[in-house]
Design a protein around this ligand. Structure first.
Ligand code: B12
Length: 469
């Protein structure tokens, strides 16, 4: 039987000879404690969920792919495991993160290091890293480390926690100066959540900034819904409250904020059962699980049914990793009560299937827009591009780059979600200016996938628009 926090044995039970009525009462209470946990997972151990787990494991065992802490977290939060592969994946993750934060780890491990020298040198290496804040990635890695069995040694972790606190403070200072964190509220929320999962206190002001953002609905952006971010933040609030890392007054405020987030999600649930879109729905469902509202609110069951009907939308490692924990009835908060026994070692990897070939050709229209005042000429490109049927948007961009005039150029950056379109016709989207190349299908629908995954239809018009978020 997989572990679950609600299945923990009661700790302080006094034994009295049970009368029949007490026995019945106990049975009813026991059922009430066990049933809800089962209702939060996909009903009846759906075979498709197992296949998805096996596929994610298949992608994880591919050495050509960079290790991703979200994937590890997802493997750890599943119902069944391949413990040897999980261990290998963890080692790859540790290698990747250790080479990034290696100096600090060596300092931490140095047997008789001079504390002041270490502190000064750490400060130096920290300032060298300021330019590239990594709140979210480090937070996910620390969440992953919290989910290992057995738990890793604490000394290297301590340094990483210090790094994360530092990043979060920088983000917080950024949010005071610019009105938003330097990274994003999503990453800031992940940072608070990870520190909480390691039972580290966060300054009240840092939490209050997140609370204020929730109260003033600052999580949405042009072309994107707020659901993913709201959910991460609500999970962080719930963790702080459940782990008793804040005083009673703040705890009450965090509880109220989480309730508001949940209510907004319920009100905004679409006809087809999603909270936001298919990809934000799992994050929203984690909030229902963490706050133990999953068995009480029918909206959760509708969302689960919607997910199960749309599992084929989860084709990339990143999206599979985000959906699998909820299909197993878990939220990221469950890593705070991991039990390291009775983990069924029964999962075997399934390799990804090659995309089926679609015969024939098609033509799509590619439009590039850059709004004023940045570009006096609003439309920078508008051409028909012939491509093989079944081509992805990335294939369309590549084909456009080989035809001309007018010339078309673009660049992408590799991310755990796949290639991110970063530059078009020489114009770069800038993190500091919070601009990005938004992908749309005409007349004005924002795509729910990246360039590598979206497959346009014959005759479709695709728009690349330099937007703000
Ligand atoms: C913040 C955010 C953005 C910001 C990122 C800027 C920033 N500096 O933070 C902006 C607004 C730029 C953005 C853009 C897009 N996003 Co976005 N984004 C998110 C969000 C809310 C958080 C990502 C994050 O910080 N993760 C934590 C960090 C630590 O992980 P990371 O992997 O290193 O994150 C980086 C990359 O993921 C990258 N990124 C962000 N979104 C996307 C989307 C794609 C397809 C790719 C390849 C990369 C990418 O930016 C992140 C920060 O550097 C997620 C929600 C989620 N559930 O994951 C959606 C999410 C990842 N985005 C999504 C989408 C669809 C997009 C767009 C394609 C929307 C569009 N129609 O234009 C574009 C990307 C277009 C392009 N140019 O290639 C989807 C992806 C679904 C899928 N099928 O994979 C998600 C899951 C939201 C959703 N529920 O639909 N996004």
């Amino acid at each position: 039987m997989p572990w679950h926090p609600l299945r923990h044995p009661p700790r302080h039970t006094l034994w009295h000879p049970p009368s029949h009525s007490i026995m019945w009462l106990l049975l009813v209470l026991l059922q009430a404690a066990v049933l809800p946990a089962q209702l939060c997972e996909a009903p009846g151990e759906v075979a498709a969920v197992r296949v998805l787990s096996a596929r994610l494991l298949g992608l994880a065992t591919d050495p050509a792919r960079d290790p991703d802490p979200s994937v590890y977290l997802s493997l750890r939060l599943a119902g069944d495991h391949d413990l040897r592969e999980e261990q290998r994946y963890l080692a790859r993750l540790q290698d990747a993160f250790q080479s990034c934060y290696g100096w600090s780890l060596q300092a931490a491990g140095r047997p008789h290091g001079h504390p002041q020298q270490d502190a000064a040198a750490t400060e130096h290496s920290m300032s060298a890293k300021v330019e590239r804040l990594e709140t979210g990635r480090l937070a996910l890695y620390l969440l992953g480390l919290r989910a290992t069995c057995p738990p890793p040694e604490s000394s290297p972790q301590r340094f990483l926690v210090t790094w994360l606190k530092y990043y979060l403070e920088e983000d917080w200072a950024g949010s005071r100066r610019h009105g938003h964190p330097l990274t994003s509220y999503y990453q800031y929320g992940l940072g608070v959540l990870a520190l909480c999962a390691h039972r580290k206190r966060v300054r009240e002001e840092v939490i209050r900034r997140l609370l204020a953002a929730e109260q003033h609905s600052r999580f949405g952006h042009a072309g994107g819904s707020a659901v993913d971010t709201e959910a991460v933040v609500a999970l962080a609030f719930t963790c702080l409250e459940q782990e008793r890392l804040v005083g009673t007054r703040l705890a009450a405020e965090l509880r109220a904020a989480t309730r508001r987030v949940r209510r907004r999600m319920v009100e905004a649930q679409s006809q087809d059962g999603f909270f936001g879109n298919v990809y934000s729905t799992p994050w929203a469902m984690q909030v229902f699980i963490a706050t133990k509202a999953c068995q009480r609110q029918p909206e959760y069951g509708r969302a689960m049914a919607a997910l199960l009907e749309n599992l084929d939308a989860f084709t990339t490692a990143a999206t599979m990793a985000q959906v699998l924990p909820v299909l197993h009835g878990h939220s990221y908060l469950d890593i705070t009560s991991m039990r390291c026994w009775e983990e069924p070692d029964t999962l075997t990897p399934v390799s990804p299937e090659p995309e089926p070939e679609v015969p024939g050709n098609m033509t799509v229209r590619l439009v590039v827009e850059c709004p004023e005042p940045q570009c006096p000429q609003h439309q920078l490109y508008d051409q028909l591009v012939p491509v093989p049927a079944g081509a992805s948007l990335l294939d369309v961009l590549k084909a456009a780059a080989t035809q001309g005039p007018p010339n078309f150029t673009f660049e992408t950056q590799e991310t755990p979600q796949g290639p991110f379109l970063s530059r078009v016709l020489g114009l770069e989207a800038q993190q500091q200016k919070r601009s990005y190349w938004q992908l749309l299908t005409a007349p004005s629908t924002s795509l729910q996938m990246g360039v590598a995954d979206y497959r346009p239809r014959d005759g479709e018009t695709l728009i690349l628009r330099l937007s703000r978020w």
